[in-house]
Design a protein around this ligand. Structure first.
Ligand SMILES: Nc1ncnc2c1ncn2[C@@H]1O[C@H](COP(=O)(O)OP(=O)(O)OP(=O)(O)O)[C@@H](O)[C@H]1O
Length: 332
């Protein structure tokens, strides 16, 4: 017996009028319950369109979206599109009441019938998202990132089964961002919430998601677990999305001694060993970029530049002649 998929899009497409290469081309998507699925792709690849189709905010030109086997109606068929079990948070936080306190903005999402439950639940969500100190602040006085956190709390407090997030952390600064990602992961673990997130940030999707969907020009190029997609991407496009790697043409790869028949060779910065001690010192250190817990070295040889991750601080300086060994590379 096959079980009904949790959320499923069947042959959905949406081409915006007058813009032939826009939107999403016929696509099937299955979203698993209690998992975080991240939709990634370059700008304009259709990420937001796909999210809106899954949510029911856009009506598909073809196909349908089903939640637990039940059709999600779009705006063409239903006054308030979507499904009650879903909540979406976007970069816009327009629906916040600027003149009310953070607490009230969150508590108002709950019914006014059981005040004790309302109080306890609001406290709990504010605690879970580490927002307790913001409770009495007026939303008008909050930063963009703080408002995004309020919007996320408002969405989660009503216990949706699916939370859809469209670049929800883009205004949250790095230190809070990681904390918020961990908090959401914890909520997913504790409650079985299903999250679908659109993000540009490779570090975010790799650490947060259980499943990645890679979109290119409105179509799914590949999908899978972050670790697999990172280590063995089937496409050059995916590798470039997930890491700041070096991409060499066949000619360039041959110039530095790689015997390959493929059009492209991809080298991740952590797959390269460097040393000053081997006899051939063909590579010149062009730049040393301090990145906090590591350095980025830009090395040049015969007009080819390679990016290398180095955790031996101060070992190399600009102008040094060194050698390198490639431990792994991918061919496309
Ligand atoms: N309302 C619209 N009318 C016409 N074209 C649109 C409309 N909305 C989006 N598009 C086009 O459809 C394509 C996909 O847009 P979408 O916003 O889904 O991409 P995205 O991957 O989310 O992009 P970004 O990362 O830049 O937000 C783009 O080429 C975009 O220009």
């Amino acid at each position: 017996m096959t079980s009904t998929p949790f959320l499923q899009a069947i042959s959905i497409s949406k081409i915006y009028p007058g813009a032939q290469n826009s939107g999403v081309k016929e696509t099937d998507v299955t979203i698993n319950r209690g998992k975080i699925t991240a939709i990634i792709g370059e700008s304009g690849s259709g990420k937001s369109t796909l999210l809106k189709l899954l949510y029911g905010l856009l009506s598909p030109d073809t196909g349908e979206v089903k939640f637990r086997g039940e059709r999600i109606w779009g705006p063409a068929e239903k006054l308030i599109p979507g499904h009650d079990a879903m909540k979406m948070v976007t970069q816009q936080t327009d629906d916040l009441n600027l003149y009310a306190k953070v607490w009230d903005n969150i508590a108002i999402m709950l019914p006014h019938t059981d005040l004790k439950a309302k109080q306890e639940k609001t406290e709990k969500i504010m605690h879970q998202l580490k927002m307790t100190s913001m409770a009495d602040k007026q939303v008008a006085n909050l930063s963009g990132g703080e408002r995004q956190r309020v919007a996320i709390a408002r969405a989660i407090i009503v216990n949706p089964e699916i939370l859809l997030l469209d670049e929800p952390f883009n205004q949250v600064d790095t230190s809070f961002r990681e904390g918020l990602q961990q908090d959401i992961r914890q909520i997913v673990k504790d409650t079985g919430l299903t999250v679908i997130i659109v993000s540009h940030d490779p570090a975010e999707v790799l650490s947060m998601a259980d499943e990645l969907i890679v979109l290119k020009e409105g179509r799914i190029l590949e999908a899978g677990e972050p670790k697999t997609l990172y280590q063995q991407p089937k496409n050059l496009y995916t590798a470039k999305l997930l890491t700041n790697c070096t991409v060499l043409t066949n000619g360039e790869a041959r110039t530095i001694g790689l015997k390959t028949k493929s059009d492209h060779v991809v080298i991740y910065p952590e797959w390269i060993e460097t040393t000053k001690s081997w006899t051939h010192k063909d590579w010149e250190v062009k730049q040393v970029l301090f990145k906090g817990c590591y350095e980025d070295l830009l090395l040049a040889n015969k007009g080819i530049t390679i990016r290398v991750l180095n955790d031996q601080f101060g070992k190399y300086k600009e102008g040094d002649k060194i050698n390198l060994k490639l431990n792994k590379w991918l061919e496309y």
